[in-house]
Design a binder for this molecule. Structure first.
Ligand code: F6R
Length: 610
């Protein structure tokens, strides 16, 4: 993963790079570092842990420097220590890297034989020494970079400064994102446009296999064969949106509360005059009539959004829908029909998830139609797609996804309705009654949000349990999976989500009076069946907490608590409102356990390595 950023121009660079790193911290927060080039000298400051740990060390850098590169790390090779933090130095250079060098072990052995001493356990230091070796031998940094990248296997975006050419930053991209920001007499680069969009709106997205030399007044790009590439400029309309906590204790809490607003914005964007905006839903950019199968590809929470989408999509469109984890899909050689007969739909908040992106590229090569639902405009997945929906969730800063999930579920459902309308498979009266309920969805979300205090109190009783189960049927099963994931990632409690009907096929062996089981049990078509499963759990002394109708006496008799949740007719909307309860539950349990809710250990917001 990791985030990289750099600046070259007349201004003092340290604050610019540090501020850019703040925006990149969602990509990793294991360590951070900055290298600057000033009066022909390279200076490096780096520290383990969050970016703030680096701040006091910035004084050690020459404050007048105007060429700088910065890195925030998510550890892949080696512990999150200071030594493993980037930038890495070698002869006459400093280097930062996002990605993984897969053949680093062979390269490292080769360099060690030649007497190179390694200070870190990272794959990146290998690249630094390969470059250092060439520069020491007399190669210009640009030539050294051109030669060294030919030896690297894996994914990388690299940025290099060298005292042998103190007027340029050199860049190379293969597999990991890298974008240049063009300013007036100054230039920037970053892992994405948020790194520099406070300074310039002019971006050049580098393609795989491309290298660049970034001067203050010039940008030169070339391919692997050394052929010059004309920079293609994109004007970005992505403001450095304010993302403060607005008085909330954590971003996650703020983002949970934002969900009814996100639903209103989404509805506003895609429903115009009581009908669906097919253009806005990206449906005019794909050839729907050709589509014979749909694969929804995603990771983590976004994968659960995809699983929720399948329930309505397959039946409403009459097209088989497969939902698959990107990391599995990409290596199993799936059956894909060319000539646009297979539609591959990626769901991704960041639009940068490496596995999801790789699946799209593979499917595109096979002649599939590519569609995406992303939150981040200009992200790699968004740019790779034939058609797309841009969500209206706004920046999601908390590492655990909340508002992006409910927004993904809603967008995928609106897309399904739009597609059904286009295919002539949706009665006008059915659409109108769904849209009617959609109008009230923010009100139902607010009602679900009202359960916050109740859930906070409940968390006081539950936070010491070491294990949890979450169960549900139909779309509520997916919310059970999402609830278990949320709890795991922010409270570090072991939790599993199961289809309620699956319990007796194994997991019920875990049930005793020490096992809290969260059952999502709305008054839907699955209600009676889920209730029977709850009876089975209670017969084994399981402690059931229901998310459902608080006035439901039958439920009340069985469960130790009911988290009140409104009932809706449309299954997708029900899933959205039920989600609020599992989000709050994870949040308040994590608060009681004192974990770092917004930046939980070992995680990063954007997973840009496979
Ligand atoms: C969990 C979470 C992750 C992401 C996953 C995919 O709370 O946030 O599981 O959903 O890493 O990320 P995107 O949606 O950016 O592709």
């Amino acid at each position: 993963m990791c985030g990289i950023i750099g600046y070259i121009g007349p201004k003092k660079c340290i604050d610019i790079v540090f501020d850019g790193l703040k925006k990149m911290e969602y990509r990793g927060y294991d360590s951070a570092g900055i290298a600057v080039l000033h009066e022909g000298q390279i200076s490096i400051s780096k520290e383990s842990g969050k970016l703030e740990n680096l701040r006091p060390l910035l004084e050690q850098l020459p404050s007048e420097a105007h060429i700088g590169i910065g890195h925030t790390r998510w550890a892949t090779h080696g512990l999150p220590t200071r030594d493993n933090a980037h930038p890495h130095a070698s002869e006459k250079l400093a280097l930062i890297h996002n990605g993984i060098i897969e053949n680093y072990k062979e390269l490292k052995a080769e360099l060690q034989k030649k007497g190179f001493h390694f200070r870190s356990e990272t794959d990146t230091e290998v690249v630094a020494h390969l470059l250092g070796e060439r520069i020491k031998a007399g190669d210009h940094p640009r030539d050294a970079l051109n030669k060294v990248i030919l030896r690297l296997e894996g994914a990388f975006s690299l940025a290099l400064i060298s005292d042998q050419d103190p007027h340029f930053i050199y860049l190379a991209k293969q597999g990991s994102p890298l974008v240049i920001g063009l300013g007036k007499d100054e230039n920037f680069f970053g892992s994405d446009v948020t790194a520099f969009c406070a300074h310039t709106q002019k971006a050049v997205f580098l393609q795989d296999g491309e290298c660049a030399a970034l001067g203050a007044k010039s940008v030169e790009i070339w391919d692997r064969q050394g052929h010059p590439i004309q920079p293609k400029t994109t004007m970005i309309q992505w403001s450095a949106a304010s993302a403060d906590k607005q008085g909330y204790r954590h971003y996650m809490l703020k983002e949970i509360h934002e969900q009814s607003g996100v639903i209103s914005k989404t509805t506003h964007a895609f429903v115009k005059d009581s009908s669906l905006d097919l253009e806005g839903l990206g449906l005019n950019s794909i050839e729907l009539n050709k589509v014979r199968s749909i694969h929804i590809i995603a990771c983590g929470t976004a994968y659960y959004a995809g699983m929720t989408a399948k329930y309505a999509m397959e039946t409403t469109l009459g097209i088989p829908v497969n939902v698959e984890l990107a990391s599995e899909f990409r290596y199993r050689n799936p059956l894909l029909m060319g000539e646009g007969q297979t539609l591959v739909m990626a769901i991704s908040q960041s639009g940068e998830t490496a596995d999801t992106l790789a699946c799209l590229k593979h499917a595109k090569d096979k002649g599939c139609q590519i569609f995406s639902i992303c939150n981040v405009a200009y992200s790699s997945i968004h740019r790779e797609s034939h058609g797309s929906i841009l969500m209206h969730a706004g920046p999601e800063i908390g590492v655990a996804s909340t508002k992006a999930f409910t927004s993904q579920v809603l967008c995928a459902y609106l897309w399904t309705l739009g597609a059904a309308q286009k295919l002539g498979r949706l009665h006008a009266e059915d659409l109108s009654s769904i849209l009617q309920e959609l109008k009230s969805l923010p009100i139902y979300m607010d009602k679900a949000l009202n359960a916050e205090e109740h859930i906070a109190e409940l968390a006081n009783k539950l936070y010491e349990y070491p294990n949890f189960l979450f169960v549900g049927r139909g779309p509520s099963y997916i919310i059970a999976l999402e609830g278990a994931l949320k709890l795991k990632e922010i409270s570090y409690i072991h939790a599993e989500g199961y289809a309620a009907g699956e319990l007796k096929h194994g997991p019920i062996a875990l049930v005793d009076k020490h096992m809290p089981i969260v059952a999502i049990v709305p008054k839907d078509q699955y209600y009676d069946k889920t209730l029977s499963n709850i009876e089975e759990i209670c017969a084994r002394e399981g402690q059931v907490i229901a998310i459902g109708d608080e006035k439901d006496q039958h439920l009340r008799d069985l469960c130790i608590d009911i988290i009140p949740c409104p009932s809706l007719k449309t299954p997708c909307f029900q899933a959205i409102v039920s989600t609020v309860a599992v989000q709050f539950l994870a949040y308040y349990i994590a608060i009681k356990r004192g974990t770092d809710v917004d930046q939980p250990r070992n995680l990063a917001k954007s997973v840009t390595v496979e």
